[in-house]
Design a protein around this ligand. Sequence first.
Ligand SMILES: [Fe+2]
Ligand SMILES: [Fe+2]
Length: 182
Amino acid sequence: MAKPPQRLFISSEMLLVCGRKGAIKGAAANCRQMIRAAYKNARLEATVSWLDWDMSYSVKVKKCDDDHRKLFSLIKALHEAMKAGKGAQVLQQILKELADYTKYHFSGEEEMLAKTNYPGLGSHRAQHQQFVKKVEEFRQDAAAGKLAQTIAVSTFLNDWLVNHIKRTDQQYSEHLNANGIS
Ligand SMILES: [Fe+2]
Ligand SMILES: [Fe+2]
């Protein structure tokens, strides 16, 4: 997966404000804050653009691909909300949907793997359990008002797309297809 570009766009308005206040003590802090916000938005913008499911994520089993698409849409919804400055507001709802998602997707996937005696089921299931545990921790933190930064959740989810779907899930394609599941 291509990483979001590192480029930062600074608007003329920002430069004007920074220029006017350049001589005033404390202006540097304002500029830094604006630049940080612009940088964050630029990264979110770039991230949203690559959060579309494509064939490179296919595990060659329709039901699983459909479930994975749903995960992409949840993660994308979180990023769109973050971009609009509403990440914290939608976070609890997204986490609830993620918890529901893990119940039906992980159990469905594990059922297919168990039924076909997949040799890697144990380690695969362990990754699912870690994901469930992490989502639960995020939910508890969000409910307790501890999770101020939605970025931790989005980083964790983006990582999952690459490290689980593209590595662990895609390893079962051949096995399931050979057992008549596609
Ligand atoms: Fe999986
Ligand atoms: Fe999966």
